[in-house]
Design a protein around this ligand. Structure first.
Ligand SMILES: CC(C)(COP(=O)(O)OP(=O)(O)OC[C@H]1O[C@@H](n2cnc3c(N)ncnc32)[C@H](O)[C@@H]1OP(=O)(O)O)[C@@H](O)C(=O)NCCC(=O)NCCS
Length: 243
């Protein structure tokens, strides 16, 4: 697939098992025929204007040098270090203002280290998608297939089979550019190919930007849960989206 000049996006099938040949073929065909384009400010700051995002790049004309070209692929164990770096840089952005530096650091060490990512990347229930811009990873998502581990969440989330978006993080310089939307589209493609009926996630109740992003992508709040960061209990909304 030739990348679009503004956001050339190629999706490579993540390595997951439950796809029959017919579905696999259809999915690969659909992915190959899609161009993803984002208009907006590439390499911009946190307060950049949110870009538009379109599936048909051919319909959009290039506007100046405000371009972002990304690839989205499934990550491999060789990406553990690089993804851990992005995770350490972006996790604090999702924490509420009251979170302490010590608790954040503890969480990063315990949950987001390269060693932990190498475990995630070899877990058959998990898929990590990486977003690459000019060879560098600028965002990632981790998906977990199957029944939610928390019984309360399992009661709250009504869709089955379901996949959790356990992590979805983009480096600040790429916020508001359409990169996160491209990642969400890849997540949806992957979930559809795996015959999922829905997606669910937890998002901090003070993380209004992420909530707005998920709402834009069809998620609705269905409950609440708590989430331990270091020694502090954080309060999340549980959101789900039917596919
Ligand atoms: C969450 C994330 C992936 C979304 O990507 P993004 O590029 O910022 O998303 P978008 O710009 O497309 O959408 C964000 C929306 O929130 C809005 N927004 C921005 N700041 C906001 C705020 N303080 N309060 C409410 N809405 C806000 C934006 O205007 C935009 O809405 P719009 O398109 O209707 O104008 C990205 O911000 C990120 O990686 N954040 C840090 C990590 C994180 O919080 N991850 C989620 C963990 S659950």
């Amino acid at each position: 697939m030739t990348p679009h000049p503004r956001l050339g996006l190629s999706l490579v099938r993540p390595p997951f098992a439950r796809i029959d040949f017919h579905r696999l073929f259809k999915w690969k065909h659909r992915v190959r025929s899609v161009s993803h384009a984002a208009q907006g400010v590439g390499d911009c700051g946190e307060d950049a204007t949110a870009g538009q995002y379109a599936h048909n790049g051919e319909e959009h004309e290039r506007r100046g040098d405000s371009t972002v070209t990304v690839e989205i692929n499934s990550a491999g164990i060789w990406d553990s270090e690089a993804i851990a770096d992005v995770a350490a840089a972006t996790f604090p952005l999702a924490c509420p203002p009251g979170a302490t530096q010590d608790d954040i650091a503890t969480f990063i060490d315990d949950v987001l280290s390269a060693e932990r990512f190498s475990e995630y990347l070899t877990d058959p229930c998990r898929t990590v998608l990486k977003v690459t811009h000019q060879g560098a990873i600028v965002g990632y998502a981790m998906l977990i297939d199957g029944e939610p581990a928390d019984p309360e969440v399992a009661r709250t989330v009504s869709l089955r089979p379901v996949t959790e978006i356990s992590k979805l993080y983009v480096l600040p310089g790429n916020h508001g550019t359409g990169v996160a939307s491209a990642l969400m589209d890849a997540i949806v493609e992957r979930a559809l190919a795996a015959d999922c009926a829905g997606l669910w996630l937890g998002v901090n109740q003070e993380n209004l930007r992420a909530q707005r992003f998920y709402q834009k992508h069809g998620f609705e709040t269905v409950g609440t849960k708590t989430f331990l960061v270091g020694s502090q209990l954080h309060h999340d909304f549980v959101m789900q989206r039917a596919l």
